[in-house]
Design a protein around this ligand. Structure first.
Ligand code: S3P
Length: 168
């Protein structure tokens, strides 16, 4: 079984994913790391040299490749936006949307070197957050409140997936 964590940049997919995998004693894969390893370049370099559409194709390829694996996969913030990617993920497991308000994401990503952050203003990113939220919701099989600590988010995910009760 595979759990795909999706949500906006800065919602905590990687931190929470790693903790969740530890808790479940299963593999953890960070999709962005996988793409960087495959491309032999960082994500900012891929965007700069080849542009966003090329990156999105690498992302689809990564979703296909990783469908052979089980465990927890933290997706890039755009990875579950293409229908084809989400369909592959759904066939392979659960897609959990990490629900975090924009202002929390913004606080974490504002100074980062993420290409999407660098080329947009705060207001544009907030609009993007709301546009994407609808698509994340459409594709997610489950939604977990991840607005508190990573530990609380892990419990919340286990709870929504029916893998652990809230009291545990
Ligand atoms: C992106 C999010 C990034 C990374 C790339 C594009 C996006 O991942 O995949 O910079 O379009 O939201 P994180 O969500 O892990 O920052």
């Amino acid at each position: 079984m595979t759990i795909y964590l999706c949500g906006f940049m800065g919602c905590g997919k990687s931190t929470i994913g790693e903790k969740l995998a530890q808790k479940l004693n299963c593999n953890f894969i960070d999709m962005d790391d996988y793409i960087e390893q495959q491309a032999g370049m960082t994500i900012p370099e891929i965007f700069e040299k080849f542009g966003e559409p090329y990156f999105r194709d690498l992302e689809t390829q990564a979703v296909r490749d990783l469908a052979q694996r089980s465990g927890v996969i933290s997706c890039g913030g755009g990875a579950m936006l293409r229908d084809v990617n989400a369909e592959i993920a759904r066939k392979n497991g659960f897609i959990v949307l990490l629900d975090v308000p924009f202002r929390t994401c913004w606080y974490r990503i504002a100074d980062s070197d993420r290409p999407i952050v660098k080329k947009n203003t705060r207001q544009q990113l907030e609009e993007l957050y709301h546009e994407r939220y609808v698509i994340y919701q459409k594709h997610a099989t489950h939604i977990a409140d991840a607005s508190h600590s990573p530990t609380a988010a892990v419990s919340e995910i286990l709870n929504v997936l029916g893998l652990e009760s809230k009291e545990n």
